[in-house]
Design a protein around this ligand. Structure first.
Ligand code: GLC
Length: 421
């Protein structure tokens, strides 16, 4: 075949395959993410394979999302083929997902082993890691410079510098200025924030790795009293209703000195229309005093294939593509989503777009895990009791010591005998 003929055949094949091949529709649940990147890569997969994708948009509050998923999956519905799941859900949802190992060609070996272990339930790989998260402290470099203050390494330093800058900026005319914004609504995000405070005071992780309830301890009481003291002083009362995006809204409008958030916020803070573009630094969250520890909560999202899907093979192919190094690189550059493939942390383009990813690599690998593996299908009950207790303390309805004493008994009551199974 001469070159012209070969090119013609190739062109015809490209044009005709999608017309004559039987295009199958794969439905994927995409939460809202910066720049619609989930949709972008799913559509790209459809174009490459001659199939179609339908994007099912879902709420971005992870607690509301879990309730929706449970409803869909418990009914055995095939409405969604690919689920975007939080890293704390494999234990609760495993029975609804297929084992991905027959479809991945071993690529899981490229990912962080701890994430693959998290996504493996009863020896089955029920999800593939998509991006990983860690709680981070965002700060206004320009304001710290203006007031000649250093970025804080302890919560006390954070509170005193936040107060100082907030008061001075209000005096100078910005009466909307606050010291510190974070996620205080009664939902999973509050469990993540509260775990950070508690763990930073060496107060443990609510339930320890052996399954013992540990939350009623002096470090945890101290941590919650501290956070309750921020409300109305350096943190607006309205934080009790904030998720990630509400906190980002305040910080990005230039109305907060510090913000606790996940890596995704970085790319949005750097957008051309952002008031704080080029004025922001990122660092590990503060410690609970000189003897405290670094304690960013580990988060992140995975992709799973429903066992009720009519097209599990194609759905698994979509998952393999969406979690591939190529797509993770695009998502890291365009949306500052942390890759789950360690090698990508050395990729020059990723480092250029997100200097903090390399600078804080140790932070990302020494995070604090929520007790979701040990409590498995009961994790959501454990977490909702934790966030409700914390919310009561923050709202001033209960003292930390009382709330944590009650929580300890109530969590012990959730166990069946000595076990969480
Ligand atoms: C982020 C984390 C997720 C966590 C959620 C809480 O999306 O990746 O693990 O549960 O925030 O709001």
């Amino acid at each position: 075949m001469n070159i012209k003929l070969a090119t013609l055949t190739l062109t015809l094949a490209t044009v005709l395959t999608p017309i004559f091949a039987h295009a199958t529709t794969v439905r994927i649940a995409c939460g809202s993410d910066s720049g619609d990147l989930c949709k972008k890569s799913a559509t790209e997969w459809a174009r490459k394979t001659g199939n179609e994708v339908e994007i099912v948009t879902t709420p971005n509050d992870s607690s509301a999302l879990l309730a929706l998923y449970q409803q869909i999956l418990n009914s055995g519905s095939d409405k969604i083929d690919v689920f975007e799941i939080d890293m704390v859900w494999p234990g609760a949802l495993a029975s609804h997902f297929i084992d991905l190992r027959p479809y991945t060609n071993g690529v899981q070996a490229q990912h962080f082993a701890s994430l693959i272990a998290n996504d493996t339930v009863g020896g089955r790989l029920v999800a593939m890691p998509w991006f990983t998260d860690a709680g981070l402290l965002y700060y206004r470099k320009d304001l710290l410079d203006k007031y000649k203050l250093q970025p804080p390494t302890t919560w006390d330093e954070l509170a005193s510098s936040a107060r100082k800058i907030q008061d001075a900026e209000r005096k100078a005319g910005n009466d909307k200025m606050w010291g510190y914004v974070w996620q205080g609504r009664a939902y999973e995000g509050l469990s993540c924030n509260a775990l950070e405070w508690v763990a930073s005071y060496n107060g443990g992780t609510v339930v320890d790795a052996a399954g013992k309830v540990t939350i009623d301890n002096p470090g945890a009481v101290k941590a919650l009293d501290m956070a309750a003291g921020w409300i109305g002083t350096i943190t607006p009362q309205s934080v009790l209703n904030y998720g990630e995006e509400e906190a980002r809204g305040v910080f990005q409008a230039g109305n907060a000195v510090y913000m606790r958030n996940w890596p995704y916020a970085w790319s949005l803070l750097q957008k051309n229309d952002s008031t704080v573009r080029d004025k922001v630094g990122v660092m590990p969250l503060p410690r609970g005093g000189a003897n405290g520890r670094d304690a960013g909560t580990l988060g992140g999202w995975q992709l799973s294939v429903s066992r009720y899907s009519k097209n599990p093979k194609l759905a698994a192919d979509l998952v393999t593509y969406m979690t591939s190094a190529e797509v993770q690189k695009m998502r890291a550059i365009q949306g500052s989503y942390n890759p789950t493939i360690p090698a990508l942390y050395k990729d020059a383009d990723i480092v250029k777009a997100n200097p903090f990813m390399t600078a804080l690599y140790t932070t990302f690998t020494t995070t604090v895990s929520r007790p979701s593996t040990v409590t498995s299908s009961r994790y959501n009950q454990v977490s909702s009791q934790f966030w409700n207790a914390v919310h009561d303390v923050l709202s001033g309805d209960q003292k930390a010591a009382d709330a944590l004493g009650d929580l300890q008994s109530s969590l012990n009551g959730l166990k069946s005998g000595n076990s969480w199974k």
